[in-house]
Design a protein around this ligand. Sequence first.
Ligand SMILES: *Cc1c(COP(=O)(O)O)cnc(C)c1O
Ligand SMILES: [Zn+2]
Length: 417
Amino acid sequence: MRFIHSYECTLCGAVYPADSSFFTCPACGEKGILEIRYDYERMKSIVNADYFRASKEFSMWRYLPLMSIRGTDIGETLRVGWTPLYRTQRLGQTLQIDRLFVKDEGCNPTASLKDRASAVACLHAREMGRPILACASTGNAASSLAGNAARLGLKSVIFVPKRAPLGKLTQMMLFGATVISVDGDYKDAFRLSREAIAKYGWYNRNAAINPHLVEGKKTVALEIAEQLGFHAPDWVAVSVGDGCTVAGVYKGFYDFWKLGLIEKIPKILGVQSSGCAPFVEAAAERRGLREAAENTIADSISVGIPRNPVKVLRAVTASKGAWIAVSDADILEAMRLLGRTEGIFGEPAGVAPVAGVQAARIAGWIKKEETVVAVMTGNGLKDPANGQKAAGSPVVMKPDLATFVHWMDQHDKEVCL
Ligand SMILES: *Cc1c(COP(=O)(O)O)cnc(C)c1O
Ligand SMILES: [Zn+2]
């Protein structure tokens, strides 16, 4: 708040003053998504190495001075952020990468990275005196909005496609949201949410439209840089649906780079499922985006019409990164691999970056000696049906030792090696 310099339209480049309260460019309409610009010279006086050495705030609010909301009530929110950055052992060996890290965003209160945006949305809605928030969501933005709103005594209205997985649906219902399961796909849910929000004037938590939410999502990158001792990795792999997560990751590293806290911005590997890969296809064919079918088990990134294309395309290009698509089979294999080698259970979109890193390593884009971070965006318990596809089923047996011994005689190699 203190350090906002201006709002800049990503489409027409118009610049608006720091005290503007609209979410999108008045000249361009909804496609004119705004970028929040900061006064880094003034910010440096507060946000520097000493500040982080002294801070005892181990949540995303550690980075409040780099954000756009006032944050008066940060003490009342769920504890979002400061998730673990694990240096992998066996996974890195398997993928032949010496320094491979996994950022486990499943450790957030509603078990996905979306909490970083929802916490900001809820505090901002409160600051603006708006008690009802609404969004369209493939599932995680919704369950996260519902939980964070409940904690602050706010109401949420949510539009999800019929396919939303059971875990996510159960979360939002339990958190007391008004949940509309739209008979259609995410595109349909998004369209209905837009029309309803316009009609009823609710606070808009659609991350592609509301520029403050990317400022929440960027804290994942700030944490990665700080957890690596104020070094940027060489690569950060992120799965892409609407594109707001990549936009946030880029913005976070950009901020720290502008503040002189890291030496470079990492290359961003944008990962999509080949069942819904509008960005990968556009990049491969060197053309603009076209609507894609929503046909993948990775429901969180099954987004046929991405809502934040300008920011995400610029982020991947500016970082000198790359785009890659992985199949649903690759995603299930990555789910199994991450579980078995590191004890981390991710939902399909959450592990897609691991599959992307594997493919990029095999292609030779990622080198063995590079430092790589895969952002694991959501916990696997949200989508038990797909988890089960990856995991298989247990042995069913009567409670009888002789039967077990007989079984062990045939399986001791698998069990003991
Ligand atoms: C939302 C989400 C993504 C993708 O984020 P976008 O901002 O839509 O690109 C990836 N993984 C998970 C688990 C998500 O919930
Ligand atoms: Zn504009």
